[in-house]
Design a protein around this ligand. Structure first.
Ligand code: LLP
Length: 464
């Protein structure tokens, strides 16, 4: 067992936080690259696309996820422009609602869904079905049937059972299913174990090492109702070093070439997945889509040349890199506390009105975030603080280490950047806390795109 975050780990005298955390000269200042492009401070108040955090909190309450719509769209477009010859599938698991599905459609991207629920949202948004890819390691017959009935463009096969399910469904419905096969390339991506997906000992895909990938290809090619478009590889999430992509691309292209040699079939497509990291704090240094594109396309072109195969039509699946930086979460401070540690050192705890129900990532992955005082400027000195939520758990941490002005107090607003991906989509009702609203801001106009849950919503499910 690891020691609990609230226990021995930080009970060190003179603790000034992790080594990467710099002591700011002015704790009011924004580290601008962590925020959506239209966010700035105007007279000390956080402002997004012309809307002040104070007005947003007044109108919509807190906690609220605030999305800079143009920033989201711009990041989607940047991937499209960086990979002009590829299909860019926005990974809806990062954050999908009707509005974001429409933005993605408008910007010309395709959409990756991984459950029937995500597919339902896409269909409600009238997302063109032919531009939807269906993922999932345990797709049910009902989910596959719906996908085929509405005409999703492709299904990414993850198991032998799925091949049999698709055989029966395509025969029953009289359709052909375009499919890709998810391949485990055996790469250890340098990310948290829970979000690393292509080392051997995990649930996704067919492994190259065990020969399962080629066996899956053989099985799919034998099915008249299935049209094999290509192979798929996704090595994990929040990845910065391109070495992982490099090895993965080489390995999957090796299988791609082997399919041609063994079965005489030229696969027209190849999907390299998503996983591109973003900056949550100053310790993260992400690549731009343009840099990713030049690196990845060079690897693919060189490897295809070396293997003597035609370069397949590529697709990628970024989620976090589009949604993540577009959004901050706005909280109101409720209580503060100084807790005495060893050696006369104190830790300041600042409690906000949300927590692990709106952002489980610190508790689940040990993820680091940053934050700023959003409602005013302060002349008080910066003190190392821990921002925590209102849930009944000591591990309910929102921002583990941040320098905040010493006078932060009840009623102040705090904003946490980088919460657009895997926060609302992973939100829960723990402690019967209603899930927070999502508000989109564009050109000085703010509108709710996912409304706040109410206690009535919670009680409506509880039928006694
Ligand atoms: N494609 C596939 C097949 C995936 O499984 C994923 C993410 C993506 C694309 C998008 O990855 P992205 O570009 O967003 O990193 N809840 C975790 C992340 C789980 C990712 C699951 N799959 C977190 O909060 O970090």
């Amino acid at each position: 067992m690891r020691s609990h975050e609230a226990g021995a780990v930080h009970a060190r005298a003179g603790d000034r936080g992790p080594t990467w955390l710099r002591t700011p000269e002015d704790p009011n200042e924004l580290v601008s690259h962590l925020w959506a492009s239209s966010v700035s401070k105007v007279d000390g108040v956080l402002t997004v696309a012309g809307e002040s955090a104070i007005d947003l909190a007044e109108e919509f309450g807190t906690p609220t996820y605030v999305v800079d719509e143009d920033d989201f769209r711009r990041r989607a477009r940047a991937f499209k422009e960086a990979f002009p010859a590829a299909d860019v599938y926005y990974a809806g698991k990062a954050f999908l609602c009707v509005a974001t599905a429409r933005w993605v459609a408008d910007e010309g991207l395709s959409l990756d869904v991984c459950t029937g629920g995500e597919l339902a949202v896409a269909l409600k948004a009238e997302f063109p079905a032919a531009r939807i890819g269906m993922h999932g390691n345990n797709k049910s017959v009902a989910e596959l049937r719906r996908a085929l009935e509405v005409g999703v463009g492709r299904i990414i096969i993850d198991s032998v059972e799925e091949i049999a399910r698709l055989r029966e469904l395509t025969a029953e419905l009289g359709v052909t299913a375009s499919v890709l096969i998810r391949v485990t390339v055996g790469v250890e991506a340098h990310t948290h174990e829970y979000i690393s997906t292509s080392h051997e000992d995990q649930k996704f895909g067919f492994s190259i090492a065990g020969g399962d990938a080629l066996d899956a290809v053989r099985r799919v090619l034998a099915e008249p109702g299935l049209e094999l478009r290509g192979l798929h590889s996704h090595i994990g999430s929040q990845i910065f070093v391109t070495d992982g992509f490099d090895v993965a691309a080489r390995r999957i292209l090796g299988v791609h070439a082997e399919v041609e040699k063994v079965f005489g079939v030229v696969l027209p497509e190849l999907d390299l997945g998503g996983g591109f990291g973003i900056a949550y704090t100053t310790q993260d240094d992400p690549s731009t889509p343009a840099d990713l594109a030049s690196g990845m396309l060079k690897i693919v072109n060189d490897e295809c040349a070396a293997l003597g195969v035609r370069v397949p039509h590529l697709s990628i699946e970024p989620g976090r890199a589009i949604a993540g930086p577009s959004t901050f979460t706005l909280y109101e401070v409720g209580t503060t506390k100084s807790v005495s540690l060893d050696g006369g050192v104190f830790r300041r705890y600042v409690s906000v009105d949300g927590g692990m129900s709106d952002n489980i990532r610190p508790a689940l992955y040990g993820a680091d975030y940053s934050c700023t005082l959003a409602s005013r400027t302060s002349d008080a000195p910066a003190v190392l603080s821990r921002v925590v939520g209102k849930h009944c758990e000591s591990g309910d941490i929102v921002v583990k280490d941040e320098f905040l002005p010493d006078d932060v107090a009840a009623g102040d607003l705090l904003a946490v950047p980088g919460t657009g991906a895997y926060c609302r989509s992973l939100a829960s009702n723990y402690n019967h806390v209603p899930r927070a609203a999502v508000v989109a801001v564009r050109e000085g106009e703010a509108r709710v795109i996912v409304r706040r849950e109410t206690e009535d919503d919670l009680l409506a499910l509880d039928i006694g």
